[in-house]
Design a protein around this ligand. Structure first.
Ligand SMILES: Cc1ncc(COP(=O)(O)O)c(C=O)c1O
Length: 399
């Protein structure tokens, strides 16, 4: 039976890392997968995470099952992180949070829940968006459509066209929005634009679903809440998928959260019971370890401060790399103005490299970049900067 299935193509992002791992070239560079790297090219375990793990190891007494939606205290501290302490949505009980295995599971559980609540809805996604978004929502049975987002000529946000499309989306459809550090472009909405989007959502009656995979990587933990707060102020119902892979560095511990906001605490509780069904049939209950780390850090004043400092350090490192890369490209005589790279937020940048140039860099220089020209800026280090710039200059001669 199985040989009737054609082989699936390698994953466009994780498949690239496999190819990079198998490449014997000592100069190889991986600018594909969205993983933070320090200037030595390592993805270290945060010291706050190590300290939390030591505490957990000492105090843990059981490996019994977790509740379906994770520990209640996890939900409480995640809500405080996402909305800020004392927010009305939290105090009123209008938000309910499930601990999920990473941001991907938060999206998938959210999608399965929405397929029950809004079975005929179309899911609107930014053009472009994270490569896995379409697949996750398609797996839950949704069709998708695009709204304009990135302006390839101006290297910024095409807010006029985005707004026009959002105005035309029918009530009951779902709109997936990147809360900050848009993947793949690094181009975000400002606070005033978020207010406009929230107002359109409330008036038109479509459901916002925020993908919040990079809180703290844009301008800071509080600053990156602009979209969440605008929606909370205007929209009675919305959903948020958080990932703690990047901001806590918990990639392999698969830690995230799905938060549902409803018009009242009673509606939130009844809707959330359906979220729990979606979890039960997918993976029953979440893996405990990453959630315990996040809860331990967020509830311990000293560890919390240590983690905030480490997160600030990662964000500042990427911002510095962006500036150095722009300068290095100019110093190497790479044609064009790349100053937009230093204005973009988070790990990613649309380099403007064509698919042919991306192919050339992979095949001739062992430099791995996702199709479409998205680069993970965090993959650039002092050691590979020179090699990258000279290689990109050569690639630029290809059309
Ligand atoms: C926009 C976006 N959403 C969700 C995710 C998934 O995060 P996780 O690895 O926690 O599942 C990612 C990861 O790269 C992402 O970039």
């Amino acid at each position: 039976m199985f040989n009737t299935l054609p082989a699936a193509p390698p994953d466009s992002i994780l498949g690239l890392t496999d190819a990079w791992k198998n490449d014997p070239n000592p100069l190889k560079v991986n600018l594909g997968v969205g993983v933070f790297k320090d200037d030595a090219g390592n993805t270290p375990i945060l010291a706050s995470v190590k300290a939390a793990e030591a505490l957990i190891l000492q105090s843990a007494t059981t490996k019994s099952y977790m509740p379906i939606s994770g520990a209640p205290e996890y939900g409480t501290c995640v809500q405080e992180m996402v909305f800020g302490a004392g927010h009305e949505v939290v105090k009123s009980g209008r938000a309910r949070t499930a601990h999920t295995p990473g941001g991907t599971a938060a999206l998938r559980v959210g999608a399965d829940f929405l397929k029950k609540a809004l079975p005929g809805a179309t899911v609107w996604m930014s053009s472009p968006t994270w490569a896995n978004h379409k697949g996750v929502f398609a797996a839950a049975g949704f069709g998708s459509a695009d709204y304009p987002y990135y302006d390839a000529v101006g290297k910024g946000l095409d807010f006029t066209r985005m707004r026009e499309t959002l105005e035309a989306i029918p009530a009951g459809d779902i709109v997936l929005l990147h809360a900050c550090c848009h993947n793949p472009s690094g181009v975000d909405l400002d606070a005033a634009q978020w207010e406009i989007v929230a107002e359109i959502a409330a008036r038109r009656g479509w459901l916002p679903f925020l993908d919040f995979a990079y809180q703290g990587y844009g301008d800071g933990l509080a600053e990156d809440r602009a979209g969440v707060l605008a929606l909370a102020a205007k929209c009675p119902e919305f959903m948020i998928a958080s990932s703690f892979s990047k901001n806590f560095g918990l990639y392999q511990d698969r830690t995230g959260a799905l938060t549902l906001v409803a018009e009242s605490s009673a509606v939130a509780a009844s809707a959330f019971s359906n979220v729990e069904i979606a979890i039960r049939v997918n993976y029953s209950n979440p893996p405990a370890h990453g959630g315990l780390i996040v809860k331990t850090i967020l509830t311990d004043t000293a560890l919390h401060q240590q983690w905030v400092n480490e997160l600030d350090g990662m964000r500042n490192h990427i911002a510095a790399i962006r500036t150095r890369f722009v300068t290095a490209l100019a110093d190497h005589g790479v044609p064009g103005d790349y100053s937009f790279i230093s204005r973009q937020k988070g790990m990613f940048s649309f380099s403007g490299l064509s698919d042919a140039q991306v192919k050339f860099l992979k095949e001739n220089k062992s430099i791995y970049i996702v199709g479409g020209g998205r680069i993970n800026v965090a993959g650039i280090t002092s050691r590979n900067m020179e090699y990258l710039c000279t290689s990109i200059k050569e690639a630029m001669e290809i059309r």
